[in-house]
Design a protein around this ligand. Structure first.
Ligand SMILES: NC(=O)c1ccc[n+]([C@@H]2O[C@H](COP(=O)([O-])OP(=O)(O)OC[C@H]3O[C@@H](n4cnc5c(N)ncnc54)[C@H](OP(=O)(O)O)[C@@H]3O)[C@@H](O)[C@H]2O)c1
Length: 239
């Protein structure tokens, strides 16, 4: 069982549910977010919130350094954007906008890469450390049967490559590390909200259900899975 968890991208509803479930189980929680600590978290002694406005590698490194003082055994990276006030996901290539694609690449790939770099020294020296980076099944090239959602699919596929690459590099120095991407399952958050209408019965999970599933995958994760893209039930998804 985990003793200390670090959650990056703490304003995500899945991230906050992971934090709640962990605190309920008596696990220390450190959170990194661009946002300030919300009021509903203010009284928890087990929770340490570090605001990082993502200005420079050094400023993020400092916040990560503070969070690592709590020696997390499990790290979740939750950053990811599917749509925002500016744009919904593309239905056709004709809707692809270069500037928006660059923004999605930033939030979905560059930011996780920025934090993984800040964590690098910790990952190569910490026995049995586990990292679960939230990706998406739609980032699987093999699984893609529907098309559409160009920016999100492309950036999640790139995220999967980033994590696979890092898992190989870390394994040369730390054979006990487990670094994976994971599809959390369709979860009732602002990210999925516009797309929930036609979902098959039972597919939509609450953030709490998803958090329990992800914590369970984390608890049972072993180095033989490092580099994989996992589903929420720990089964392997194809890249
Ligand atoms: N909900 C689903 O059904 C579903 C399905 C498949 C995959 N996922 C993945 O699961 C993860 C969490 O999703 P969620 O549903 O909890 O989303 P959410 O509530 O919309 O949270 C958004 C997350 O993205 C970060 N973020 C937003 N804009 C950003 C930017 N410009 N730069 C860097 N980070 C930014 C936020 O970090 P801050 O704390 O710094 O604000 C937060 O961690 C995402 O990676 C998502 O792709 C979700």
């Amino acid at each position: 069982m985990s003793k200390s968890v670090l959650i990056i991208g703490g304003s995500s509803q899945i991230a906050q549910a992971i934090a709640y479930e962990s605190i309920k189980a008596g696990v220390l929680v450190s959170i990194i977010s661009r946002q300030t600590r919300p009021d509903n978290f203010s009284k928890d002694q087990l929770l340490h919130w570090f605001q990082d406005e993502l200005q420079t590698q050094l400023s993020s490194q400092q916040q990560i350094g503070l969070a690592l003082e709590y020696q997390p055994d499990t790290i979740f990276i939750c950053n990811g954007v599917l749509h925002d006030a500016k744009a919904m996901p593309e239905k056709t290539l004709l809707q692809l906008d270069s500037e928006l694609l660059a923004q999605r690449f930033h939030s979905n790939v560059t930011v996780p890469a920025h934090y993984l770099r800040a964590l690098y020294r910790y990952l190569i020296k910490t026995p049995k450390v586990k990292v679960l980076v939230l990706s998406a099944k739609v980032g699987s090239i093999t699984d893609n049967a529907l098309g559409g959602w160009y920016s999100y699919r492309m950036t999640k596929a790139a995220l999967n490559m980033l994590v696979k690459n890092l898992s190989i590099e870390v394994a040369r120095m730390n054979k006990t590390a487990s670094i994976v991407t994971i599809h959390p399952g369709t979860t009732d958050t602002p990210l999925s909200e516009p797309f929930q209408k036609n979902l098959p019965e039972g597919q939509l999970q609450t953030p709490e259900q998803t958090a329990k599933r992800l914590l369970n995958v984390g608890a049972n994760l072993r180095p033989n899975k490092t580099g994989k893209l996992l589903n929420w039930d720990a089964s392997e998804l194809p890249f």
